[in-house]
Ligand binder design. Structure first.
Ligand SMILES: Nc1nc2c(ncn2[C@@H]2O[C@H](COP(=O)(O)OP(=O)(O)OP(=O)(O)O)[C@@H](O)[C@H]2O)c(=O)[nH]1
Ligand SMILES: [Mg+2]
Length: 339
């Protein structure tokens, strides 16, 4: 199951208390203060695990708690620090405070982490308060309470290239032809029910990440078909490929309009994204489509057949050149199915 959002409860550990104690030695009835400090409570941390592709685990476990700090003890013993709790998430996870909506972190690469609930500091034992004026302090302080809150997490896949198209346009077939990913392919609409990533190798040891998402239909923005829920996964791609089945050449301009209309309803920014138009299934065309209507707004148009491989080298060369003009590739989870 592909799960790309979750709301969880996080609770850090409280600080341990400091204590009041005095040294006891054999011939000294009353030794100096020896109450140790409390240990710090553990934090709750959210960290990237590049092996993960979904937030599924968080769907099953919704409460995360770090350990509290140990209390101080006699002979100046410091309480142990409480163990932190780490929540692992895939690259591309945005972390927000659930109540305020404040963005706490956008965790992109391996090593990225954020403390979402801070453990309390430990209290001071009476040894801490010893001074020239007060050689036998009777005071100790309690540890600080721990932070606790609800956080919401949302995964927005990180990929270089996003495939958009109507159902059956050939998106998954293209991903399968170019990468080791094996998404399900079939001649009925909505074969793909969840996003897939594939690593596409090209040139000399270069690679890019391509995201295949479920098909869009007219009215998706009103919730038709699978709706727009998967468009968040192409928000962070650098290049969009509009895949258009050109077996019926009369429909190509309208298909592009439908796709762009739905994208615009989701976020007008998506229309400013660098994009190519890819006409698919060339091996079964009866005639070449007229592409003037497609190139009007400046898009390049490429003809391919993912079945015979025709046009794929040219497509990759154009994609590579377009990406070279934008920033470096973002890190990604493993090839293939995400969940
Ligand atoms: N002849 C031919 N058939 C193709 C080509 N590309 C895809 N198909 C066929 O078109 C149908 C749909 O292909 P998919 O790759 O599943 O389409 P999709 O865009 O992923 O569809 P959804 O996941 O439903 O949105 C399948 O029967 C494919 O075999 C092609 O280049 N040539
Ligand atoms: Mg598909």
């Amino acid at each position: 199951m592909f799960i790309d959002s979750a709301t969880i409860h996080v609770q850090a550990g409280a600080g341990g208390h400091g204590i009041v104690a005095f040294r006891r030695e054999r011939f000294l009835p009353k030794g100096g203060p020896a109450g140790g400090d409390g240990g710090a409570g553990g934090d709750v941390i959210v960290a990237v695990d590049p092996q993960l592709g979904t937030l599924r685990d968080l769907h099953y476990k919704r409460h995360y708690k770090a350990r509290r700090g140990g209390h101080g003890s006699g002979s100046n013993k410091h309480g142990a620090n409480g163990e932190s709790a780490t929540i692992r998430v895939p690259p591309g996870t945005m972390v927000k405070d659930h109540a305020t909506g404040e963005l706490l972190a956008d965790l992109v690469s391996d090593g990225d982490r954020v403390i979402v609930a801070r453990g309390g500091t430990g209290g001071f034992g009476n040894a801490h308060f010893k001074s020239a004026r007060n050689r036998s302090p009777q005071d100790a302080t309690d540890g600080q309470p721990a932070e606790e809150r609800q956080i919401s997490l949302q995964l927005k896949l990180l990929a270089d290239v996003g495939l958009v198209g109507l159902p059956n346009a050939g998106k998954s077939t293209l991903l399968a032809a170019l990468s080791a990913a094996r998404p399900k392919i079939a001649d009925y609409p909505f074969t793909t029910l969840e996003p897939h990533l594939g690593i596409v190798k090209y040139g000399n040891y270069k690679s890019l990440v391509m995201a295949d998402i479920p098909g869009l239909i007219a009215g998706a923005s009103q919730g038709k078909g699978l709706g727009l829920q998967f468009l968040q996964h192409i928000e962070r791609t650098r290049l969009l490929l509009y895949l258009i089945d050109a077996v019926d050449p009369e429909t190509v301009a309208e298909q592009l309009q439908t796709l762009q209309g739905e994208l615009a309803d989701y976020s007008p920014f998506l229309l400013d994204r660098e994009a190519l138009v890819v006409l698919t299934k060339r091996d079964i065309w009866l005639e070449e489509p007229n592409i003037t209507a497609l190139t009007e707004n400046g898009h390049r148009v490429v003809f391919i057949s993912a079945v015979t491989g025709e046009g794929l080298d040219e497509l990759l060369a154009i994609v590579a050149a377009a990406l070279a003009d934008t920033e470096a590739a973002l890190p990604t989870p493993a090839d293939g199915e995400l969940g």
